[in-house]
Write a protein that binds this ligand. Structure first.
Ligand SMILES: Nc1ncnc2c1ncn2[C@@H]1O[C@H](COP(=O)(O)OP(=O)(O)OP(=O)(O)O)[C@@H](O)[C@H]1O
Length: 256
């Protein structure tokens, strides 16, 4: 069953299994400036979509709207009732142990075992009783992912979840998200600044500009993807070009 961002149950999407996100004519204005301007977007169930775009183009605004955190909109944004988010900052409550953070906000009296299972899925079974301040950056981000997974989402909204991680931890976290997505089969919308990350993980990469989806690239490379594959490099270069960034080239070795 899908709801719109105002929480009203829509008449048709419960039978409409063709989309996990259906956005139409969406606009959001801040101080007289239209940051999102008649945006159209459809994400299929189980699809992994990455969203790129220059800083300030409205990516996080779109994600907040889809998460139901910003309702001051025009147009429609239909999303599944079961959705979950993970942001760049893990947002763990420091006064609650990790497992309690994972269950935070769930209705009823969810059992600890539920949190334990989700924490095991992200490789944190040994940190169930830890306090958030004792977690490393990568562990905190994985706890935040466990909190999202425990909701069994049909749609996972990720806003730069790896942005603050060091390079090695980031690669591990990307791999984990790829595995979780394949195992869970939920749709993912990932906001990122990292073109390589987008090509590595997504079925489709969207570029946002001027308040709309200005460009889309389908990534048909087989998984698991290899960044040294020529096809990977080609797609990365195309997307960098779209973003107005020159792709790095090998530095010529000066003749002796
Ligand atoms: N609550 C707000 N009040 C006023 N302006 C806002 C508000 N939220 C966002 N904006 C403005 O809307 C524009 C889009 O912001 P948003 O955070 O969505 O961009 P972004 O594409 O996610 O940027 P970045 O890649 O730097 O995170 C920015 O110019 C921002 O200043």
């Amino acid at each position: 069953m899908a709801t719109d961002v105002h929480g009203a149950v829509t008449p048709t999407p419960s039978e409409d299994h063709s989309a996990a996100v259906r956005v139409s004519g969406l606009s959001r204005t801040f101080d007289g400036r239209r940051v999102i301007d008649g945006l159209e977007l459809t994400v299929r169930p189980g699809e992994f979509v990455a969203l790129l775009g220059r800083s300030g183009c409205g990516k996080s605004t779109l994600l907040k709207i889809l998460a139901g955190l910003d309702r001051d909109i025009q147009g429609t944004a239909l999303v599944p009732r079961r959705k979950a988010t993970a942001f760049q900052a893990p947002r763990l409550m420091p006064w609650k142990r990790v497992w309690r953070n994972v269950l935070l906000g769930l209705p009823g009296k969810p059992e600890r075992a539920l949190a334990e299972r989700a924490l095991a899925e992200v490789g944190l079974d040994h940190r169930v009783d830890a306090w958030p301040k004792t977690l490393s950056g990568g562990e905190a981000q994985r706890a935040s992912l466990a909190r999202a997974l425990v909701r069994e989402p049909d749609l996972l909204l990720l806003d730069e979840p790896f942005g603050a991680l060091d390079a090695l931890t980031r690669i591990k976290a990307q791999r984990l998200v790829g595995e979780l997505w394949q195992r869970r089969g939920c749709a993912v919308l990932l906001v990122t600044h990292d073109v390589e990350e987008a090509v590595l993980l997504a079925d489709r990469v969207l570029v946002m500009d001027d308040g709309v989806i200005a460009h889309e690239t389908r990534i048909d490379l087989p998984r698991p993807r290899d960044i040294s594959d020529p096809g990977f490099g080609e797609l990365r270069a195309q997307l960098l070009d779209r973003l107005g960034v020159e792709a790095p080239t090998a530095t010529p070795v000066p003749a002796a």
